[in-house]
Design a protein around this ligand. Sequence first.
Ligand code: NAD
Ligand code: MG
Length: 388
Amino acid sequence: MKKLVLLGSTGSIGANTLQLVADFPDRFQVVGLTAGSNNDKLIAQIRRFRPRVAALADEAAADRLRRQCRSRRDLRDLKIEILSGTDGLIRVAASAEADMVVSAIVGSAGLAPTLAAIRARKPIALANKESLVMAGPIVCEEARRQGVAILPVDSEHSAIFQSMAGQRRTDVRRLILTASGGPLLDLPLSKRRTIKPAQALKHPTWRMGNKITIDSATLMNKGLEVIEARWLFDIAPDRIDVVIHRQSIVHSMVEYRDGSVIAQMGIPDMRGPLAYALNYPERLPLALPSLDLTKVKMLTFEAPDLKKFPCLGYAYEAVKTGGTMPAVLNAANEAAVRAYLEGRIGFLAIARVIRETMDGHIPQAAPGLDDVLEADRWGRERALKMIQ
Ligand code: NAD
Ligand code: MG
């Protein structure tokens, strides 16, 4: 029985993880859950999975949940401790009884709890790519020092990880990340300015949280994934390529020095990569339909258009510049995507805000955690000023 702590349980990855726990009750048990502020969803999860501890980032929501746990008859007999704030998230992440931590908070808020879990020597199933974007060298060095495995949940990185099984890392020539292209792939540049969030949120192949879905529409998601791959697989960014692959069947590929390319395929369903990370190296018998390539018929690959998707180029630039620049890229993106979702800026302004924030930043080389957090704060503030 593997005891799991799930950070970000009320999100899309959180729901997929709990689906796996429900499907394999003799393999997984939930000992801790965390969420941002949505406590109705969290309550339903607490009742079903009975964790020993839960935390909400939002203090007021946590207070409400504590009162409900005392007063509601369906919750009163649960023996659960409710924590709150960043400290609460960190304490759940480092829970003594956990065998693995699923890191599925969205955005920079995932960094501190993920690091706390690593310091507590918990193997990590990592969905929160932003923590590696912001602080890749710090997170990876800590994992190395603690002897902790970081198992990728992101489908592309899981595909690369699977395509490297049994291979020698020194034989790798390049990584090829696939990107569906998101919902706006064929929309001409002239029509992108007026795209409303409702349209940009209609992803063709994946159902995900709002932030990552907008990141898919700008291709920033792929940019963040290039940075994630750079650190997860310790490979220079100029050996990581991106191709548009609309069908989301080939989840990514590894090219070896003899020219051989190994790809991992499957239907687009996050339970595949999640289950691989949770149960590595054993594969679980998932009730997913078989991939029928005769129905898919065609797999297509195209080069990404950096004029249409400047954010992808900005991410390459940020990781090549290094230091605090990726944290600033990430912070500006988070602020801009939020503003876009709230209707405060247009779609094309997302890239502009990121560009200008990066242009105003003097990167610091080899930053410590405090420097990264300061760069994150600076980037957010600078981006917000521009948005206003
Ligand atoms: P989501 O928005 O659906 O869920 C996010 C979760 O984080 C929720 O539980 C929310 O309550 C919590 N949260 C939000 N803000 C918080 C804060 N400030 N403090 C603490 N908790 C907070 O997001 P998602 O789509 O599940 O994505 C989660 C992470 O996984 C992201 O980093 C994303 O890039 C990555 N990812 C997601 C998918 C997917 O299929 N959804 C695929 C690959 C990678
Ligand atoms: Mg991905």
